[in-house]
Design a binder for this molecule. Structure first.
Ligand SMILES: [Zn+2]
Length: 265
């Protein structure tokens, strides 16, 4: 399998340099992720197809930079199927004839097969796609080399789920990850272990901060993120909240109103 990286032409504060979509040639020409419908992306997909039809688009999750392009893709490439794990409230934003994919489902793609791997955390509907022969994982937003992945509780992000997803992918022993943002990850074990370690450290910081006094997520942000830029405050607050909700579920933290406290064993 020789996937072609096709850039989605959507740089921005939340997408970095913009998204990668991945085209797989063969009997079932397949695009992984839909981009945002930028005409330059459609042209790039058409060029990469090199005269072949586009049989299907597999969408990793319903976030705008991965899914909103389905409308424009459907207009440009007739007869294309659109598949993803359902997320009812979100999928309806991008009107397409969505076909549902479930965890462990086998999907013909190119001349081979991919297996859907449910990897919630960043989003509840997040799927990775696994190609067993090459030990390649199309990893969506599970990992972005050189930075961490945003876990937004206000959009059903869940840190405990995310950590379990990282472990699930580690267990596959992938040789490489083909992400939706940033460079190809050819040292997955290092990157995934780094993420797990990073979250452990963050959690410890938050637990220690709460030990010296109850606090709101807003009050914790400047204690955890020193020198944080103003425009990143909301993202940092959501991340702190994701940690607090995980601690709450583990009965290691509690809250009265918006003020959180630690529960010592
Ligand atoms: Zn996303």
């Amino acid at each position: 399998m020789n996937p072609i990286a096709v850039h989605a032409f959507n740089p921005g504060p939340m997408t970095g340099a913009g998204n990668w979509t991945w085209l797989i040639h063969g009997r079932v020409p397949t695009l992984i992720d839909a981009g945002t419908g930028d005409p330059r992306h459609l042209d790039a997909v058409e060029e990469a197809l090199d005269g072949a039809r586009l049989a299907q688009v597999l969408v990793t999750h319903a976030h705008v930079d991965h899914a909103s392009g389905v409308v424009a893709l459907a207009e440009r490439f007739h007869g294309t199927r659109f598949l993803k794990m359902p997320w009812a409230e979100r999928d309806s934003r991008w009107p397409a004839a969505w076909e549902p994919i479930g965890d462990a489902q086998i999907i013909d793609a190119g001349d081979e097969q991919l297996r859907a791997v449910h990897t919630p955390g960043h989003a509840p509907d997040h799927l990775c796609f696994w190609h067993d022969q090459s030990r390649t994982l199309f990893s969506g937003d599970l990992a972005v080399k050189g930075t961490t992945v945003y876990i937004p509780p206000n959009l059903q992000g869940d840190l405990a789920d995310y950590l379990a997803s990282l472990e699930r992918v580690r267990a596959l022993k992938p040789a490489r990850l083909l992400p939706a943002h940033g460079p190809v990850i050819d040292d997955p074990e290092t990157v995934l272990l780094g993420y797990l370690e990073h979250r452990r450290e963050r959690e410890e910081q938050i637990v220690n901060a709460l030990r010296s006094g109850d606090a709101t997520p807003e009050a914790l942000v400047p204690l955890i993120y020193r020198g944080l830029k103003e425009n990143l405050f909301q993202v940092a607050r959501e991340t702190v909240l994701a940690h607090l909700l995980k601690l709450e579920r583990e009965r290691r933290a509690g809250r009265r109103g918006d003020s959180w406290h630690i529960i010592e064993p």
